[in-house]
Design a protein around this ligand. Structure first.
Ligand code: AMP
Ligand code: DBH
Length: 560
């Protein structure tokens, strides 16, 4: 049975097809087109490995066949957690080719997040890497298999060369990724026939799931269809003028929407360019890769830009090939934005996007004032935007309000979340972004704040409710409230206000407690404040505005 998602209404779906946004082709055509047009061109550089388009295509088909041979079927789902490496794309295309929809967990996610995604997805396939602490032994794999009868195939990617963390996969019902892939013969007489057996899901159906930063207790999965995602990739590649000459450094997590589609790796593949992989945005190694591979474009979150600007003072000569830097994911200050051209020697493009859909870009020939002071304008003429006040009325032009949006690549609902969807989407299908924005007379957006209960820690989003719910599981915690606090490098960090139950637990103990629950590191509060009571609003909700004021004024929290 096809994977469930909330469809667009018929009339709009018709319009999106008529206007050519939706082309009814699967996402895997991105790769197949390039493998025919320029088989020898290099698609991916990953450490010392260079993969051509033909090789990427062949490897993904081989893996697809190996998965079919193991009983994986169209409309199954997969839970994937891989670091930045070529295998991520081999796998992504393999799954697309057989109509299996993955969710790509971030590499810094831990047990808590993976267990939750598995609970929602009920995957038949799980793929991870032994370089992640959770897979140094077989315990977690065994736990997942026990919890999910649906989980039939587990593949593990080992470090090259032989992993120092290898354990006996077979006793835990797992297989080595490359053994699985290479066990399938290539070029045999059956090859062509086998290739024809690969059937992606229908283009109007779910291709894969994105992750929402969210603001609720449980993280939400975002079903993206082939049609909507492929449009966002094509249009992004067009706006950013990608071509076969593009040499893009991917330093953000490979599965993140920005790094995958804005225009990201898929945009590069669509244009026939080359993707250079970095493990992370650490500047010393990224500068080296830029110089070595003549990289001309990359994408960063704001804290990484600060580090790059610093290193460029001494190592700027390594960046001569760099033409375009995209910055997005979190608030980027005009003070930093003005330094990009002068210190990194490249153009800046601001990107304000979301895994739910809508992406805004400043354009490459926009005047400097727009590039520095705004977060761009929507990529599509049929992106519909509403900026509403608290009563739900449109604000006057230029005034601040909450951004709502719908369009050809913005979802109509989270996966299996009927109740939450009725709050996150309005009756006309507009998604409530929770972002406070102002629109300039030219139609560009400035993100000025946030209404949603979330901390944006340098582009990594933390849903306050999720962490609060975990903190109160500690016997010493009666109430918990997580709020953002200003931080010079990260933009925001998190602060947990705690009302203790009997004995007062200390910060280190609560941090340790969250780690035992298997929570990703970036979600662990940077600061704890212990108070007697939490301030309440008139309707009896925790008054986070007041808590924020307290941290800003430096007032003694214990006085609340
Ligand atoms: P998510 O929904 O988890 O994909 O996160 C998307 C959110 O990140 C947006 O709704 C914004 O809150 C934030 N965001 C993304 N890009 C920017 C940006 N350029 N400036 C400010 N906030 C941003
Ligand atoms: O923060 C994001 O989610 C984001 C930022 C820039 C995004 O999803 C995108 C571009 O596509």
């Amino acid at each position: 049975m096809a994977i469930e998602f909330t469809p667009w209404p018929e009339d709009l779906a018709h319009l999106y097809r008529q206007k050519g946004y939706w082309q009814d082709r699967p996402l895997s055509t991105i790769l197949q087109q390039q493998s025919q047009a320029r088989p020898e061109a290099i698609a991916i550089i990953c450490n010392e490995r260079h993969l051509s388009y033909a090789e990427l295509d062949a490897l993904s088909s081989r893996l697809a066949q190996a998965l079919l041979a193991r009983g994986i079927e169209q409309h199954d789902t997969a839970l994937v957690q891989l670091p930045n490496c070529a295998e991520f794309y081999i796998l992504f295309f393999a799954l697309l080719k057989i109509g299996v929809a993955p969710v790509n967990a971030l590499f810094n996610h831990q047990r808590h997040e993976l267990v939750e995604y598995a609970r929602q997805l009920q995957p038949s396939l799980f793929i991870a890497a032994t370089s992640h602490a959770l897979f140094r032994d077989g315990q977690f794999v065994t736990q997942l298999r026990r919890q999910h009868a649906s989980l039939s195939t587990v593949l593990l990617l080992q470090d090259e060369p032989a992993s120092p963390h290898s354990w006996d996969f077979a006793t835990h019902g797992a297989e080595d990724f490359w053994t699985c892939l290479t066990a399938t013969p290539v070029g045999d007489p059956e090859g062509a026939k086998a290739e024809s057996l690969l059937t992606p899901s229908a283009a109007g159906q779910v291709a894969f799931f994105q992750l929402s930063g969210g603001s609720t207790g449980t993280p939400k999965l975002i079903p993206r269809t082939h049609n909507d995602y492929l449009y966002s990739v094509r249009r992004s590649a067009e706006i950013c003028r990608l071509s076969s000459d593009t040499r893009f450094l991917c330093a953000l997590p490979v599965g993140h929407n920005f790094a995958l589609s804005s225009p990201g790796a898929l945009g590069v593949f669509h244009a026939g360019g080359t993707l250079v992989l970095a493990a992370n945005p650490e500047p010393l190694s990224c500068f080296h890769l830029i110089a070595k591979h003549r990289v001309n474009m990359t994408a960063l979150v704001p804290p990484a830009v600060s580090l790059w600007l610093k290193l460029a003072e001494t190592h700027g000569a390594q960046l001569v090939s760099l033409e375009l830097l995209q910055v997005g994911g979190a608030n980027f200050s005009p003070a930093l934005a003005t330094q990009v051209q002068a210190k990194l020697g490249c153009k800046l493009q601001q990107v304000f996007g979301m895994a739910e859909g809508l992406v805004n870009y400043t354009r490459l020939d926009d005047p400097e004032s727009l590039v520095i002071n705004t977060q761009g304008k929507p990529m599509c003429d049929d992106d519909e935007l509403r900026i509403l006040d608290e009563a739900g009325n449109e604000v006057a032009p230029g005034e601040v309000g909450t951004l709502f949006t719908r369009g050809p690549y913005t979802i109509r609902g989270y996966y299996l979340s009927e109740q939450h969807n009725s709050a996150a989407f309005d009756p006309q299908g507009y998604y409530c972004t929770g972002d406070l924005v102002r629109m300039t007379p030219q139609g560009y957006l400035c993100v000025v704040g946030r209404g949603k209960d979330q901390i944006n820690r340098g582009g990594e989003k933390i849903a306050a409710e999720e962490i609060e719910a975990l903190l109160v599981q500690h016997k010493g915690v009666r109430h918990a409230a997580l709020i953002p606090i200003a931080d010079a490098l990260m933009g925001e960090k998190s602060c947990a206000f705690i009302v203790s139950a009997t004995t007062q637990p200390k910060g280190p103990e609560l941090r340790k407690f969250l780690r035992t629950l298997g929570v990703a590191d970036y979600k662990i509060p940077d600061r704890f404040e212990f108070v007697d009571t939490l301030p309440l609003t008139a309707v009896g909700k925790i008054d986070k505005r007041k808590l924020k004021q307290l941290t800003q004024t430096g007032a003694n929290a214990a006085r609340i």
